[in-house]
Design a protein around this ligand. Structure first.
Ligand code: FNR
Length: 184
């Protein structure tokens, strides 16, 4: 059985981002069960149709990374009950690729926030967007981690305790979800 390739897209550009740390925790949990990489996209410009063709190199690189992945795992913060603009900008660029790199691609969503919602509202908006783009969304399980500060030490490092089994469960489910589509 070939190893599936998962690409993590983190909707925060912050160096110490909790969502980035969550993605790295997922990578550790997955170990050698799948290939796992993080998309670096902070050099992608704001979408402006004046610079759409030819696409900037950073956009081409992101499209290639998505194209060659078997599944995309989003880790999104919540900004004002929505997902961050940097993530919308990235997805807008990806959505304009020909052929489409997002359509049909399996997708999972997780998020962590200091607030009570655990990014649930941001995730709902993200589902609306990526469903419109015809991604193959794994709606169950999704992972929403509220009260982030209870699992962050005084150095700002994420120390998953209560949430660890849920991350493990989602990783297992997403690997199965992607694998089933490859085996068809
Ligand atoms: C936030 N934050 C936030 N948190 C939340 O739980 N619900 C929300 O609606 C918002 N809104 C919001 C708006 C803006 C503009 C910012 C900058 C922040 C707080 C946010 O969850 C927190 O900063 C996280 O640490 C961001 O995620 P990363 O960067 O740690 O992954």
């Amino acid at each position: 059985m070939t190893k599936i390739r998962l690409l993590a897209i983190v909707g925060s550009l912050r160096k110490e981002s909790y969502n980035r740390q969550l993605a790295l925790a997922a990578q550790e949990i997955i170990g050698d069960r799948a290939e796992f990489s993080l998309l670096e996209f902070k050099d992608i410009p704001l979408l402006n149709q004046d610079i759409e063709y030819p696409p900037p190199d950073a956009v081409t690189r992101a499209r290639e990374a998505v194209k060659s992945a078997d599944g995309i795992w989003f880790f999104t913060p919540e900004y004002n009950h929505f997902f961050p603009g940097v993530l919308k900008n990235l997805i807008d660029w990806l959505s304009r690729s020909k052929p489409q790199v997002l359509a049909g691609k399996p997708a999972a969503i997780s998020g962590i926030s200091p607030g009570m919602s655990g990014t649930a509202l941001a995730q709902d908006h993200l589902v609306t967007l990526i469903s419109f783009l015809n991604m193959d969304v794994m709606n169950v399980p999704r992972l929403t981690i509220p009260n982030a500060m209870q699992q962050v030490d005084d150095q700002g490092k994420l120390r998953l305790e209560a949430s660890q089994p849920y991350l493990e469960r989602q990783a297992r489910a997403f690997i199965d979800f992607v694998q089933r589509r490859i085996d068809v």
